[in-house]
Design a protein around this ligand. Sequence first.
Ligand code: MN
Length: 191
Amino acid sequence: MIFELPKLPYAINALEPVISQKTIEFHYGKHHQAYVNNLNNLIKGTSFEKENLEQIIKTSEGGIFNNAAQVWNHTFYFFQFTPKGKGTPSKELLTAIEKQWGTFDDFKKEFNATATGLFGSGWAWLVKNKDNGLEILKESNAGTPLTKGLIPILTFDVWEHAYYLDYQNRRPDYLNAMWNVLNWDEINKRF
Ligand code: MN
């Protein structure tokens, strides 16, 4: 199949000042688009042409895996945001968070610390495991919980391209601000 860049569910300046229009123009318009284009070019004439994105991620490696996973990760990332944020964690999700980390604030601290401590480029993930428990994962580069049989709930992209235009080297400031534009109505559905 031919993959396409999904249309964002908000205007490109809607997440300001947390994520600027300029960052969306580059991160979504250039980087996310490039992963889509690269993937389409790489699978041309291969058996992957007949597979959907998740199948490709689970069965490929090298350049095809990297671009397929980055397409999926970025779509998952961009679709969890909404201007000014919306809703709160559902009762079920909050209960699971409190079971694992005590309080929502302690979870947030742990999530930010994991994302801050990730060396180089990658993703911090909140995932649901096979026992319906929650875990925080850090994945380098295009790493995604899909290959580990885990259900992704929330992710922060910590590649520098995600924050450098707005926060330069201040990754912790970017991470702190991101909580203000989360769409919990969307995130709750993933749990
Ligand atoms: Mn990115």
